[in-house]
Every structure is written in C-alpha cells, then in structure tokens.
Design a protein around this ligand. Structure first.
Ligand code: SDX
Length: 436
C-alpha cells in the first residue's frame, strides 16, 4: 500500500481536536482513509452497517470495476480466463498469483487429482440426512466434517498445512457435491476417476451409474468448467468476508470454508441462482412472456417484496461481465442440446430486455448478475435447481481459500472484532418477579 501525499482531516463542530487521517492508494480503484487510530484518538467509531463504504483489508487477488463492469483475477480479465484457461489453471492463478507454466500445471493437476477421494466414513454423514434435505444443508455439514479427518492440515498458521488443506478442499468439493446429489436421487455414489479432467470427473460423478458407460459431452464439460471459472472469486463479498472473519480466530481451514458455504446459501447471495430459476419457472407457469409486464409491476411495487432475482449488485452498476459470458454459454449449451427454443431462456432474454429499458431498473443501475443465466445453463446440463448454489460453493472454494491464506499470511492480521453503536437500555437493576 502506498501512502498518498493527501491526508484527510477530521474536524468536529463542537471544537473537539481535529485529526489527520492518512490516505492510501491501491494499484487501481478507490483510495482508502486509514481510520485505525480513530477510536484511540477520538473515542469514536465509524458507522457503516453493510460495509458500503468500508474496505476490510488490502488484497492482491481480485479487482472489480463496478462502473465499467470489469472483473480481474490477479490482473487478468475474466473474459480472457474464461476463453483461454481452464478452472484448475485459474485455481493455480488465484492461489499463487501467476498462471502456471506447463510443468507447474501438470504438477498441480496431479496433486488435485490425487486428493479427489474422501474418507469412506464421510458417506455415513449423508445417511443422517433426509433424502430431501437441501444440498446446501448437506454440504455445510460435510465440509465442516472434513476437519474431523485431516488433523495433518488444520493448523492454519502452518504454510504447509494451508497448502495441503487448499488442495484437499479444491479436490474434494466436486466429490462431496456429487455425493449430495446421488444421495438425494437415491443412486449409488460414484468414485472419482484419475484419468478424467477436473470437470469431466465432476460430470462423471454426478451422472454416471453402474449400469452403463457414461460418455462425457465435451461442450457440457467445457460449459461446467467455465461456470466454475466465473464463480471462482469476487473480492470481499459476503461469504468471502465470512471466511476471513471466521479464519481470523485461527480456526482450521475446513471450518472457515464451511462458514462460507453457509453464508453463500442466502438468496441475496449465492442462493440467487436457485431463486432466479424458480422465479423464471413461476413466470412461465403464470403465462410466460405475455405476463412479464405484470411481474415487473410487482417488482416495482415495494409492498410486494418481490425482487427480480439475478438482477442488481452491490458493486456492479453496469452489466456483470460474468452474466455476459454465462449468456454466451447458454447459447452454446442449448444449441448443443437442440434446445435453442428453450422457453425459459427466451423468457430470461425477454425479461432482461424489458428490465434494461425500464426506468425503475435503469435509475437504480440494476443489471443482470452472474446468477441470472447460470441457472438456465445448469438446468440444461441436467443439474437440479436445488444443487445450483452447491455448484457455486464448489467453484468459490478456491477464492475463499486464496483470500483466507492471504489474510493469514499478512503479518498485520488480527482477529476481526467489529464494535457497535449501542442504542439499548441503560444500566438498570432487576426487580423481584412479583414487582415486574
Ligand atoms: C451474488 O457481492 C458479491 O460480489 C456477490 C456475488 C459474488 O460473486 O460473490 O456477485 C454473487 O451474490 C450476486 C447477487 C445475487 N443476488 C441477487 O440476484 C438477489 C437480487 N438482488 C438484490 O437482492 C440486490 O441487488 C443485492 C443484494 C444483490 C444488492 O443489494 P444492495 O447493493 O444492498 O442494494 P439495495 O438492496 O439497497 O438496492 C438498491 C435499490 C433498492 O431500491 P430503493 O430502496 O432505492 O427504491 O435497488 C432495488 C432495491 O429495492 N433493488 C432491486 C433489486 N436489487 C436491488 N429491485 C428489484 N429487484 C432486484 N433484484
């Protein structure tokens, strides 16, 4: 971080002593005002619920320009990564800061491949769940349970442990997500196969059965791999901030990632892809494209509580670049499967067109985000709606780990412990129950 030659001066109208606050510049993006000494010198906190104006850390991993609709992983535009790289190359980049050369990539792929199995005991956790349990409930439990098996990689302050835990989590998430799916549909678990690529392996574990040879479809595998790349990391979003805060207590990486899975589940965050598809199916059931006007009116009516799921973003005030790439992937997958006239895709594009021309959305800079089209692609691939957020968690695991490791590797990091503005009862004495 480079201290700027400009300072911020905080002064008080009641004559309290003013204070100079240093300003730091990043490589790109907004400067930050360093308030670390504020409380010590003024006895006052800042107040920013939702952290709309707060930088919680400095980071070198991902940068979003919300106005331009730009997303960079370690400086590389998401469009280039989604076109020129695969997910494991992207994982290597996010974890290490540089894209791998051929040898580095082969070694990384081999290490991940050799960690794809889970302990046989893990299957007994699944048996404790109802078959209709939500996959995110199952995944939250399974990821947390990993810490019960890998005592040789739970010391978050040990770089070797962090490295092994990173490989294990990236390698095992597809296996766990596929197990959650197989358990839900009552089919036998399918073991990973080391001769398949990461995304081929996932598709095989999801859709193969003991009864016949499963043939991977390269277009669908490429689409799955791109979905993983697009969801891999995204600055300090709610689940990443959860992982950082959880990890700051020194807990093990598996527990911290399990906290991220739990946070991602929410419909305002990773759960939006499931909610967006459910929304499209409901509009379709209620009359489809002809009824879009009615639905949009509901969304604009504050009392309806209805939101256009898959639209809007805290940072993007322009089109989410991932949504554009996801829409392209939609076209590829639907064409490959002969579903060009998929009614939901046509409905989604009609809804997008109407919303982008409507003053309500334009004035609030509400554009489609990554979740608007991802459900249509995943549904076409054969993934059930309830598994969409688990797939998001699978992909985001590498981002969570990279961010967690960056924090732990920062000598300045401390346990996160925000303060508050207390507006509750002043100190008072308890009355005997007869007098209450
Ligand atoms: C993800 O943070 C990340 O980076 C997340 C993510 C990642 O990769 O990690 O990108 C993944 O979570 C994408 C977002 C998925 N969520 C959804 O699609 C759910 C629908 N979207 C909204 O809930 C909302 O847009 C948020 C939560 C995404 C952002 O909300 P903000 O920044 O807190 O903004 P806001 O709720 O204050 O909205 C501003 C205005 C409000 O209207 P007014 O009070 O100004 O009149 O816009 C309205 C909101 O009512 N609004 C919407 C809307 N989103 C915001 N109105 C209708 N439909 C929507 N989707």
């Amino acid at each position: 971080m480079t201290p700027s030659d400009v300072k911020a001066t905080l002064s008080f109208s009641d004559g309290s002593p003013s204070m100079d606050l240093p300003i730091f510049k990043g490589t790109v993006g907004p400067d930050v005002i360093d308030i670390r000494k504020l409380y010590g010198q003024t006895g006052k906190f800042t107040y920013d619920p939702g952290f709309l104006s707060t930088a919680s850390c400095n980071s070198t991993i991902t940068y979003i320009d919300g106005d331009k609709g730009e997303l960079l992983y370690r400086g590389y535009p998401i469009e280039q990564l989604a076109t020129n790289c695969d997910f494991l190359e992207t994982c290597y980049l996010l974890l290490n800061g540089e894209l791998p050369n051929g040898t580095q990539k082969d070694d990384f792929v081999k290490r991940v491949t050799n960690h794809t199995m889970v302990n046989e005991q893990m299957q007994f956790f699944l048996r404790g769940f109802r078959r209709d349990a939500h996959p995110m409930a199952v995944l939250t439990g399974l990821v947390g349970a990993l810490s019960a098996f890998y005592h040789d990689s739970t010391d978050i302050n040990n770089p070797e442990h962090r490295q092994v835990a990173a490989i294990r989590l990236i390698a095992k998430m597809p296996t766990l997500v596929a197990m959650a799916y197989k358990y839900a549909v009552g089919q036998p678990f399918v073991y990973p196969k080391n001769n398949l690529s990461y995304s081929e392996n996932f598709m095989h574990m999801m859709f193969a059965t003991p009864c016949e040879e499963y043939k991977v479809n390269d277009v669908l595998v490429r689409a799955m791999d791109r979905i993983f790349i697009l969801h891999a990391d995204h600055e300090q979003n709610a689940s990443t901030s959860t992982v950082r805060l959880c990890g700051s207590s020194g807990t093990n990486p598996f527990a911290a990632i399990a906290a991220g899975v739990a946070c991602l589940w929410g419909p305002a965050h990773g759960g939006a892809n499931e909610a967006a598809l459910t929304m499209l199916e409901e509009i379709q059931r209620n009359g489809g494209i002809e009824k879009i006007g009615e639905f949009i009116s509901q969304v604009k009516d504050k009392n309806s509580g209805v939101k256009l799921m898959g639209f809007g973003h805290r940072v993007y005030k322009n089109y989410d670049p991932r949504a554009k790439l996801m829409r392209e992937t939609c076209h590829e997958v639907l064409n490959e499967l002969g579903l060009q006239n998929d009614p939901l895709f046509k409905l989604a594009m009609a809804l997008e067109k109407i919303a982008l021309e409507d003053e309500y959305f334009v004035s609030r800079k509400l554009y489609p985000n990554v979740d608007f089209y991802s459900g249509i692609v995943q549904r076409a691939i054969g993934i059930p709606v309830s598994l969409f957020t688990a797939i998001f968690a699978l992909a985001r695991t590498v981002g969570w780990i990279a961010q967690l490791n960056e924090m732990i590797g920062d000598p300045e990091y401390k346990i996160g412990r925000p303060r508050q503005l207390f507006v509750g009862a002043e100190k008072r004495d308890i009355k005997p129950i007869a007098e209450r």
